[in-house]
Design a protein around this ligand. Sequence first.
Ligand code: MSP
Length: 475
Amino acid sequence: MAYYVTTPIYYVNAEPHLGHAYSTLAADILARHMRQRGEDVFFLTGTDEHGEPIETAAEREGISPQELADRNAAKFEELMPIIDATNDFFIRTSDPRPAEQVAEIMQRVYDNGWVTKGTYEGWDCPRCADFKTERELGPGQTCAIHEIPLERIREENWFFRHSAFQAQLEGLYEERPDFVVPDFRRNEAVSFIKGGLEDVSLSRPTLKWGLPLPWDPEQRMYVWFDALLNYVTALRFARPGEDLSERFWPADLHVMAKDILKFHAVIWPALCMAAGLEPPRRMTIHGYLLMGEKKMSKSLGNVLDPFEVIERFGSDALRFYLFREVSFGQDGSISTQGFEARYETELANDYGNLASRVLAMVARYRDGVVPEAQVDAVLMEDFEGAPDRLAGLIDKAELSQALEAVWTLVRRLNRYVEETAPWVLAKDEADPARLDEVLYNLVEGLRVVTLLLIPYLPATAETLLAVLGEEGRGL
Ligand code: MSP
């Protein structure tokens, strides 16, 4: 079956930081897991290159928005293989190909009667590229996310008739209890909708760096419209001469943090309906990586550079750490000290030592040949059905719980080593079959956990599986 997973497309006003890598890794874990299950996967990521945040950042640097976009998009694109992300395409919204498709879709929204003219008066956050409603304001008319003062503006704008979709959106949420996971995020979206929808301004008269509105080219499109549409347009041109929409739309899962919940959970399905497109199937909302108490964010100046982190710890260690340390869905603090601790106690000790002990014992006691034997009854309970349990958790986007479930098996194998003490059995020539059985079970257990760990630890798993005679499984 087809499985289409996406990340947000990231703003190119700055270089990538670990927060961006985090969402991309979450999507990569899902993509790799689904490939392992034999699904036909398409994994999309990319960069969001229009709009005020990029225009002002470029101005500050005295370069054109396109130059800034090219420079930073290249950094994001470079990051993908470094974190071992297996995206099938990287979309850049300043590419003329999505622009053509966006014009076509937005013209359809206009023709369908879902656009009107009006005046916007209110608060604007230039960093979010978002007009804020009164209930979203931070203390003293500030942006609750960026902690900067908001600008009061009044503009003649085109509006998307979002309010016309109130009943349909409520219906969508009633019909699909898992449209947004986790549940508490779904509740936020529902209460936002129930609070009453307002029309959304879709043009910016003062903006230069944006797509022209097809029916009024003097006005530029509010960046969020061309951004959200990336999920649809990428399928139309990612493979030259082929339109993947039929195969992959509607998307199975959009991955993002809570900062952009409203756009995806409230505006996006309505825009799809207005354009005659099916809304996506599901989205999963994760928390923030924090440094100390604060969200890691370029504008707050507290970012970890993923390139540096990987140079120091390696990509697998980063992937492992992020999904162990921070419970997926919740906010969580990270630190370089934390990395070291997790690396030592879990990756190196629990798993690394288990693998090297098991391989060493097979080499020493059985000349490197894994004996034939049966599954030990004491391991049955833990191992039987483990892949299905894992799949069930991943289907609910419970990425940390899924990893914990595998880690329980790793710990179980370590206990099995202690319980069976193969080094004692090796001295007891009277019962070689028992040693055969224990070694077989250890190798088999190691093989199973390693297969289950592929999405989280792709490089390590591939190396170990090659030693265990299972080459080419690194999906
Ligand atoms: N361009 C928009 C998204 C458009 S999607 C149609 C945007 N870009 S962004 O560069 O600000 O990226 C926001 C996303 O980056 C978050 O939703 C999250 O996926 C990721 N993160 C950025 N900082 C993060 C943390 N500190 N922690 C976790 N995720 C973070 O919004």
